[in-house]
Each structure stands twice: as C-alpha cells, then as structure tokens.
Design a protein around this ligand. Structure first.
Ligand code: SF4
Ligand code: SF4
Ligand code: SF4
Length: 272
C-alpha cells in the first residue's frame, strides 16, 4: 500500500484546496474545478504506480483539454500569462491568478514542474510530435523566455495605461491568438530542433516563474547511488536534458525537470 501514498497525498492536497476555496470564496466552481484536477492527477499517478505506460498522457489530456476547452473557450477565462497579468492589475484573486498561484508560482515549491509534465495544454499537443528526446546539445537561447515574458506584461500594461475599452473581449481574443501562436511556434521549433520540448526550453514565458520556484521543490527525483550502475539510460530518455543521477539541487538542468518519470520508468535497477 505504501506505493499508493503519492496519489492519495495529491488527492488530499487538491481536495483541501477545493474545499478551502469553495468555502472562502463561496463559489461551488472551485470545489468542482480542483476536485476534477486532483482526481485526474491522482488517477494518473495511480496508473503510473501500476506501471501503465500512458498514465502521464492520460492526465495531460484530461487536465489540459479541460483547461483549454472548458475554462478557456467555453468559460472565456484567459488562463495564459496575459490573463494572469490582467487579473493581477484588476486586483481580482480569481481564475488565472488562482491558477498561477497554485500551478505555477507557489505549487512548484511542492510539486516542482509537475504542471509541465502532467497538465499543460501546450505540451499536451507537443508531446504527440515525434522527437521525444532532444538528442542534441542545448542551444544557448534560453534568454528568449525573458523577452516573451516581458512582451506579455507590456501588452497587458499598455491596455490599462491606454484605457482601452472592452478589455475582457480583448483578453479572450488574446487567449485564442496566443494559443495559436504558442502551438505554431512550439510545432515549428520541435521540427527545427528535432525536440518536442524546444518551446518549453527556450520560449515559454511561464518558465520565468517555474524554474526558480521548482529549484526548491519538495518532490524531486533522487538517485540511489548504491543501486545505480551508471548505465546512462535515464539521461538518454530525459526530454529535458536533466543530469538526474546528480542529487544536488544544482544539478545540470535541474529546474527543467517536468517530473515525467521517463527516467524512473527505464531504470533497470529501480535506483530513481
Ligand atoms: S514550459 Fe511552458 S509550454 Fe512547456 S509545459 Fe511548461 S508551461 Fe507548458
Ligand atoms: S538508469 Fe538507473 S541505473 Fe542507469 S544510470 Fe540511471 S539511475 Fe543509474
Ligand atoms: S529527469 Fe526524469 S522526470 Fe525529470 S524530466 Fe527527465 S526524464 Fe522526466
């Protein structure tokens, strides 16, 4: 039963969040929303423990499509980074601000970049592409993420500074156009660099939050050196080029780990 602790813990964390937000904000939506996400993630972890190969992909599709289609397109919530800036400027602790606080700013202190491995709707599509491992040295173009981050902030700030009317409608259009651009850039970069996760590594503005917070993550994969035979399989399958056999928090590309568990799945000695 010990191996099921993680899915149970994850469900408990999300249910606590769901009930707390439901009662404090007096809004039943939060109970539904975070219960759905918690159940989906726990189901994926449960299937992973049962060694089901597509466990992570199932969670990605359940959570990613729910957020993109239901929250984004049907409920008109801009859950992109522009939506976060928008709600932040209006001082409203709703939708995108809660989503960012939980999944991308404070949550990573507990579950690292689990969002990137299990829930992101951009990666949900990118992970269908043929280049699961990069197979080439990293490019030194990670600075692009700071430009996209700054552009998103300046775009929303300008809407407020210029007193543009009907911002809600603009934010919805920005959500659609932003997603189309993300998918187009993500797919183009994947084929250009032969790396499904090239967009995540170099362009995604959200990593400006995710990387520093996940450095301190409570959940992280560690290597049991007494079992490891240095076969290198774990690092060869890693989509994010993490030096996972190094247990230091400063390990190479450590803040890139998306907790996809591919390394753990292929380890012949169960050392991870
Ligand atoms: S880095 Fe960005 S695009 Fe990639 S999975 Fe994480 S949030 Fe999604
Ligand atoms: S796959 Fe396992 S045994 Fe091989 S290097 Fe990685 S941790 Fe060590
Ligand atoms: S280190 Fe393991 S869990 Fe982390 S991204 Fe690489 S393969 Fe996935």
């Amino acid at each position: 039963m010990k191996k099921y602790i993680l899915p149970v813990m994850m469900l408990a964390i999300f249910e606590t969040l769901a009930v707390t937000l439901w009662l404090t904000k007096d809004n039943l939506f939060y109970l539904f929303n975070f219960s759905y996400i918690g159940i989906s993630i726990s189901l994926g972890l449960f299937l992973f423990v049962r060694k089901y190969k597509h466990a992570r992909r199932i969670v990605q599709l359940l959570v990613g499509s729910y957020m993109l289609v239901y929250l984004g397109l049907i409920c008109n919530e801009n859950m992109q980074i522009e939506g976060f800036w928008y709600y932040l400027f209006t001082g409203v602790f709703e939708a995108a601000t809660i989503h960012y606080a939980v999944a991308k700013i404070f949550g990573p202190l507990i579950f690292g970049r689990g969002w990137c491995g299990f829930a992101c709707w951009t990666a949900m599509v990118l992970d269908f592409l043929p280049y699961r491992t990069s197979g080439a040295p990293r490019k030194k173009i990670g600075w692009i993420r700071y430009i996209t981050f700054a552009l998103s902030l300046v775009f929303v700030a300008m809407l407020f500074l210029c007193h543009v009317g009907n911002i809600e409608k603009i934010m919805f259009l920005a959500f659609i156009i932003g997603n189309v651009l993300y998918y187009a850039a993500g797919i183009a970069l994947a084929f250009l660099f032969k790396d499904n996760r090239a967009f995540c590594k170099y362009v995604c503005p959200i990593t400006v939050f995710l990387k520093p917070m996940s450095y301190f993550s409570l959940f992280r994969i560690e290597c049991d050196k007494s079992k490891c035979i240095s076969c290198g399989k774990c690092e060869r399958v890693c989509p994010m080029d993490v030096k996972i056999t190094d247990n230091s928090r400063k390990r190479e590309n450590g803040t890139e780990c998306i907790l996809c568990m591919e390394c753990k799945r292929v380890c012949p000695k169960d050392a991870l």
